[in-house]
Design a protein. Structure first.
Lengths: 111, 296
């Protein structure tokens, strides 16, 4: 039973690692601000998965309450930073008409 | 690992790739909402029902609505098509693969952490007077974290208000939408109050309740109904009410319970419910503020 439970946890932290670096890579490489914010959220979800999957479950199959509380806090902070990022991106878009920062845009395609 | 978990994990990975490499921001946002909802299922499989509720309501619902709202602005602009391009995946991907391999190796060497803290929570649960362990951690054992979390949310709202950019047309009146919303808003408000009430003994709590409440108010706003009620939520007092209540109760704990953020014996359940109710209103108002509103 414990071996099966271990395997299931392993699946989730492997997925969490994949999502984390998928998100981080796109966040670094993508020029568009909205795509960066999407990637930021995917990365966050990956980190949360790793955080929770590493904690052993209680006897009744319920996930560790401390890890759950940490992830809940993380979700709220992620939405706050996403919303702030979106506000800035929209403001920037209104002011310049661009959807990516000039240093990220390849030459000749942005304007 | 069983087949359902493996399939769920594969679909999540595929959705993440599809969302990040989507052609348009709108498609990406829609795929992100799908990703969030399926991630909620993964949380259920992990035994984290509280997180699953928050993921569905905040991670998929509110974040998805925010992203879709922004995607619309970026599409409907003359220069909006300038970087619909998907990211070129190659330069950082080798580095990412390397980092992922390092992290996987590090994680695989970690012994399953002994559940000391988990045991401590279940041992102290009796004395905390809160039956649900997650609520006990959030509002009794680690109340300071939650207090600061609310403060961070308020700071984000303040910062977002310094750059008001949400300029949108008034919603058009749509009789079908209005009829559906007329049914859904009362039900959503009821669900929010239930989640708040259930938080003390079962899964639920202020954050999930607030996200559902904010969703209900957004529905009402987009349908153009109850404009006066919507205006009430924009009052700054509603946003700070939860934090102020939390601080006042927390400080009074110094006199009544001998510790800041402590609760006097026998009063914990009622005080926590009161704080959570105040937090629900304020978090909902803050989430709404993050959407911005039209200047009048």
């Amino acid at each position: 039973m414990s071996a099966i439970a271990m395997d299931a946890a392993t699946l989730w932290w492997v997925l969490g690692t994949a999502l984390t670096f998928l998100g981080l890579g796109v966040m670094l490489a993508a020029p568009a601000l909205l795509r960066k914010l999407l990637a930021f959220n995917v990365m966050g979800s990956g980190v949360f998965l790793v955080l929770l999957a590493l904690r052993p479950r209680g006897p009744d199959g319920v996930a560790d309450p401390i890890a759950q509380a940490l992830v809940l806090t993380g979700i709220v902070i992620a939405i706050a930073s996403t919303a702030l990022g979106l506000m800035l991106a929209r403001r920037y878009h209104l002011a310049t008409g661009r959807d990516s920062l000039p240093e990220d845009a390849p030459e000749g395609t942005d304007d | 690992m069983n087949a359902v978990d493996a399939l769920l994990a594969l679909v999540l990975l595929a959705l993440a790739v599809a969302c990040l490499w989507a052609k348009t921001a709108r498609t990406g946002s829609l795929l992100f909402i799908t990703f969030g909802l399926l991630l909620a299922l993964a949380w259920v499989r992990l035994g984290a029902i509280d997180v699953a509720l928050a993921e569905a309501a905040i991670g998929a619902g509110i974040a998805g609505a925010l992203l879709l709202d922004a995607a619309r602005q970026f599409e409907h602009s003359p220069a909006g098509q300038n970087s619909a391009r998907a990211p070129s995946p190659w330069p950082p991907s080798l580095l990412m693969l390397f980092l992922a391999a390092v992290l996987l190796y590090a994680l695989s060497t970690i012994q399953p952490l002994a559940g000391d803290a988990t045991l401590a929570v279940s041992a102290a649960l009796e004395s905390s007077e809160i039956a649900h362990p997650v609520t006990a951690v959030l509002l009794v054992f680690r109340a300071y974290d939650t207090l600061l979390e609310i403060a961070v949310l308020l700071v984000a709202v303040l910062a977002a208000q310094a750059a008001p950019s949400a300029i949108r047309a008034s919603p058009k009146y749509d009789p079908a939408l209005a009829a559906v919303v007329g049914w859904m808003v009362p039900i959503a408000v009821l669900v929010a109050v239930y989640l708040l009430w259930a938080g003390s003994s079962r899964t639920g709590g202020a954050f999930q309740a607030a996200a559902v409440l904010a969703g209900a108010i957004l529905l009402a706003r987009f349908s153009g109904q109850w404009p006066d009620a919507d205006r009430l939520w924009q009052h700054a007092g509603v946003r700070v009410f939860g934090l102020v209540t939390f601080i006042v109760v927390g400080l009074s704990g110094a006199f009544t319970a001998g510790a800041v953020l402590g609760y006097p014996a026998g009063w914990t359940g009622g005080l926590v419910l009161g704080i959570e109710a105040a937090l629900m209103l304020s978090i909902a108002a803050s989430l709404l503020a993050l959407f911005g509103w039209k200047e009048r």
